[in-house]
Every structure is written in structure tokens, then in C-alpha cells.
Design a protein around this ligand. Structure first.
Ligand code: SF4
Ligand code: SF4
Length: 317
């Protein structure tokens, strides 16, 4: 492909990503990065994945993105802001992570990226591509950094100097060729340790990873079974996720409410009172959360989280 054609194609794809409402995007050259799977292996060996054993599968693929699409040349990474500036939960309310106060991002991101994928196919008819969003063996944060979207903060999240860290990530892995963003964003955490100091459960490790077994997000969303007694009282009023290490990050000071209409939820979760949550039946739950990521966690675990926030653990701490 000529350079002129690559420039034109890159411009068109960036334009179509903007039209879809993505706030940031970048394109990296697809190639194996076995250091990604090595890091995950070390994290797993330390037991920090908790019961998320699905991460142990396909480690070889996590280290080689070209194994996901035969002949892959490019990884397009896009970010969509989801910060919402409604007040966080008060005493008559429970806390729900901001990412769950909007429509289930998996569907929103995949639909947007799928439309861009179709444009690539039209422009490069012999190309093949796949869309990923928080599914499949893609090391999303590492690819976002390679595509120049930001750096890995000490809280393990990708931080962009303009929009902070409250954004969803999605990728298109494709055989089409583009101009690449080779400039990885520099680390701007400096001497700051606010996220580490503010984590209620000491879950942030000193190598920019999280020990899932101590993280309230993992415990309230992914972990099956009783919540560990040692965290009684430390999850405060959080019943789905925890944004603390993002809320305190100086790079999120300028975060503004999302603007993408496709993210607007069917039900405003911040309007639900403690009484609403406590009186919710399984049928109510299904109706209220049918287009929310909360439905994936399920009624039983949300009830468990409410009990834990109210009364602590049945286990001894
Ligand atoms: S989400 Fe909460 S519990 Fe998990 S690392 Fe961040 S501050 Fe700690
Ligand atoms: S709070 Fe400070 S140390 Fe943590 S991610 Fe943000 S800038 Fe980095």
C-alpha cells in the first residue's frame, strides 16, 4: 500500500471513530508482545487474580495479538468517556461504580466498533478484522498505551492527560494497514501516591497491578461466595464496584460528564434509595438492570453486597 493511501485511510478511520463519539483513539502496529503474557503469568502466580481463573486461559494468545486475526497488521484502540457527575451515594443511597451507571458498555462499544469495522471492510475489501471490548484474550491496557492513549497509572489504569481514566476501551484488530502512533505517553504519576494511600483495602501493589483478592471492585462484582470478614466496614456503602482510586487521581479533576447518548441508562441508578434496593425482587432486578452491566453480577450477589455493606460478613474478620 502506498504512503498516500495509508494516510488517506488512517484519516478516514480516525474520522469515523470520532463520528461514533469516541473521545480518544490511536493505532498501533500489531506484533507479538510476550512480555504482556509474562506479566499476567507473574500476577497469576502471586494469586492476585483471585477466582478469575478465566484469565489463566489463552495466555499464549494474550502475548500474541496476531494469533487472533490471521495476518493482523494493526490494532485500533478507542476510548469512550463515561464519567458522570451526579453526586456519589449519600446516607440514603448505596454506591455504584460510575461505569455501571450507564448502559452496558460492552454492547455500546461493540456496536460502535462494528460500524467502524464495516467501513474498513468497504475501504479495504480484502481485509479481515475483529472487534474486542473487555472480552477475548486482548491485553487492552497495554495496547492502549502502545497506541498512545495514555500511561499506566499506579492504580493500574490507563490515564490520558486530557480526559483522565474514566473511559471504556475497545479495539479493532485488523489486517488493514495504517499510519501508526509510535509515541507512548510518558508516565505522569511522578511522586503522587494518592490512589495507593486512599484505597480502603490496600489492594494496590507497588508494580502498578491490583491484588484482586483485596479489591472492592473485584469482590463486589466478580467474587462468588462470602466476602472476606477482614473487610467488614471497609467497603462502606459500596455495593457494586469502587471508584476511589480514580476519584482521588489528580488527572480526573477535569473529568466532565459523558456526552455519548448511547450510554444514557434506562434507569438512573443514583435515584434508587436504600429502601428501593432492599425491597427489590428478582423480577424487579431483571427489569431495572436489563441493559446494565449489573445484570451480569446477578441478584444474589447484589443482595450479598447490600447485606455486607449493612451488617458486615458472616465470617469472622
Ligand atoms: S477500586 Fe477501590 S478497592 Fe480496588 S484498587 Fe481501587 S481503591 Fe482499591
Ligand atoms: S492518583 Fe497519583 S499515583 Fe495514582 S494514578 Fe493518579 S497520578 Fe498516578
Amino acid at each position: 500500500m502506498t504512503d498516500a493511501r495509508k494516510i488517506a485511510l488512517t484519516w478516514k478511520i480516525r474520522e469515523s471513530l470520532r463520528t461514533e463519539g469516541f473521545d480518544i483513539c490511536g493505532i498501533a502496529q500489531a506484533s507479538p508482545h510476550h512480555e504482556d503474557s509474562n506479566h499476567i503469568s507473574e500476577w497469576i502466580a502471586a494469586g492476585r487474580n483471585g477466582s478469575m481463573t478465566f484469565i489463566e486461559r489463552n495466555l499464549d494468545k494474550r502475548g500474541d495479538i496476531t494469533s487472533l486475526v490471521e495476518g493482523a497488521r494493526s490494532v485500533i484502540v478507542a476510548g469512550l468517556r463515561y464519567f458522570s457527575n451526579e453526586p456519589s451515594a449519600g446516607s440514603d443511597n448505596y454506591f455504584v461504580s460510575r461505569y455501571a451507571r450507564v448502559r452496558d458498555y460492552h454492547a455500546v462499544m461493540e456496536e460502535k466498533l462494528d460500524r467502524v469495522q464495516k467501513i474498513i471492510k468497504k475501504l479495504v475489501p480484502d481485509s479481515s478484522s475483529r472487534v474486542f471490548c473487555d472480552a477475548g484474550p486482548v491485553t487492552e491496557k497495554a495496547w492502549a498505551i502502545r497506541a498512545g492513549l495514555g500511561w499506566r497509572g499506579k492504580n493500574s489504569l490507563v490515564i490520558n492527560k486530557d480526559i483522565g481514566s474514566f473511559f471504556f476501551l475497545g479495539e479493532i484488530v485488523t489486517t488493514a494497514e495504517f499510519l501508526y502512533d509510535y509515541t507512548s505517553a510518558r508516565d505522569r504519576c511522578g511522586d503522587c501516591t494518592l490512589c495507593i494511600d486512599s484505597c480502603p483495602t490496600g489492594a494496590i501493589c507497588n508494580d502498578r497491578t491490583i491484588d484482586a483478592r483485596r479489591c472492592i471492585s473485584y469482590l463486589t462484582i466478580e467474587h462468588d461466595g462470602n466476602l472476606p470478614g477482614e473487610f467488614s466496614g471497609r467497603t462502606e456503602n459500596m455495593i457494586f464496584g469502587c471508584d476511589r482510586c480514580q476519584e482521588v487521581c489528580p488527572w480526573n479533576k477535569k473529568a466532565v460528564h459523558y456526552t455519548d447518548k448511547e450510554l444514557v441508562p434506562e434507569v438512573s441508578l443514583t435515584s434508587l434509595t436504600r429502601r428501593d434496593w432492599q425491597n427489590m425482587t428478582p423480577d424487579d432486578f431483571k427489569k431495572i438492570f436489563r441493559s446494565s452491566p449489573i445484570k451480569r453480577t446477578g441478584y444474589k450477589m447484589i443482595r450479598r453486597n447490600i447485606d455486607f455493606a449493612n451488617y458486615g460478613s458472616p465470617e469472622k474478620g
